[in-house]
Design a protein around this ligand. Sequence first.
Ligand SMILES: *[C@@H]1O[C@H](CO)[C@@H](O)[C@H](O)[C@H]1NC(C)=O
Ligand SMILES: *[C@@H]1O[C@H](CO)[C@@H](O)[C@H](O)[C@H]1NC(C)=O
Length: 461
Amino acid sequence: MRSFAIATAAAMFVTSASAVDPRDFEADLNLPGFHFVPYPFDWQNDPNGPLYDPVHDKYHLFYQYQTPRLWGHAVSDDLVNWVQMPVALTTDQWYDQGGVFSGSGTVLDDEEQSVILTISSSDNTEIFVAIPADRSDPFLTEWVLPDSNPIYTTNARDPTEIMKTSDGRYRIADGTAEGTAMWECMDCETAADIISGGKWTQIGMYQTKPEGQGYWECPDTFPLLGEDAIEGTWVSKFSMSGDRYYLGTYNETSGEFAPYDLEDRMYDTNGAFYASKTFLDSKDDNRRVLWGWLISGKPEGSEWTGLQSAPRILEAAADGKSIKMVPIPELKSLRRDDEKAHYENLSGNGDDAKELEFTGRMFDVEAIIGGDGAGDKCGFRVLWDGADEHTDIEIPTGAKSIRMLVDSSVIELFADGAATTTFGTVTKAESVKFGLLGDCVFESIDAWGMNPYEYDASNVL
Ligand SMILES: *[C@@H]1O[C@H](CO)[C@@H](O)[C@H](O)[C@H]1NC(C)=O
Ligand SMILES: *[C@@H]1O[C@H](CO)[C@@H](O)[C@H](O)[C@H]1NC(C)=O
């Protein structure tokens, strides 16, 4: 095994007393405060290998970072506040020279609760794994690539986490030009067998894509949870011009998913949300938490490009035939008590927004729409103060329960669980306001200013 010589002594002794937050929100008016941005600022895309480590009670987020792509790494106690870790995976093997591309993270149910990252090469041929150098390090700072890598050679990318069948076999799905392929380790009984070179074979397709679709990237294959979930329902999610999914059943014997229907459904109706990845959060009653890459340009005067979405809980919608999502409740811990407003029974003002007094830069809005819900033209106008520019966000017809997260340059809207993410056109504003559009009565609106997350980047300074 080879080990990366990237861990610093400081990384092993993170304490809040030495926390250093390098963000300057006045110098960068586009910088979001509660959407994850890595430090040092640079390019960021797909979330990779999100996981909850029950041994140390910590969450880990990895993400595509810099060029060529590496795996950045951040650790959190609550999915809200972050400790920036050194880069977890860098290019130093024959199979990762073009970059360490997307993959997933697994915590196995063995005695050690082994952690294994599954990763793809930049040319879609090698799937490889990484393990913590020291399982007892609470921050899992340093990662090693076993000599048996790659674990298999293929024509695919973006491996899922390692899934265990009910009779103890290990499987990985990956994204291909034909759809989502399913692989199984034929002689792996333990984590050690996976790491020491167990033989993987493609046993078939999880789902063959319908004709005419492009490459299916970033597959996510998991049982759908939630009160309204139809027993035995699985998700087949893939990324292809947005994050799309089918619901259906999974035959564990054949490894095949059978969709209930082929209706085109998206996680988030705006193309700004992509390459998402879920993980099973066993800390909180096995909820399924979703991260997505929010595709942004590099804002003028900023050094960062791309955000992670607010973590979302993904579960079955009321009809059981689609999914809904809401931001994780932990985000409410960033709400400010000294910056809040409450409004009742306000209606929009046609195409001329009714501007509210509330002013923030990072804020969280909850609204209830009365009657039959949002009419044909109902929405919010987000106004960038002093810039004479605005971004209109439409609320889908019929929606009643609305949540809007506004974070400097990004707006995430949740309407009865349907999500849409938008970047503001002009964002260089010290403060942001919002107004009401169109034909609907907002029975109540609550708005809170948000604090930026607590951020300790001392490991990389
Ligand atoms: C599941 O797959 C196996 C193997 O292909 C097949 O024998 C079985 O009939 C399938 N089960 C269902 C419910 O389709
Ligand atoms: C808003 O409308 C509801 C229902 O008509 C009413 O009960 C409530 O008092 C109104 N609130 C205000 C502040 O006018």
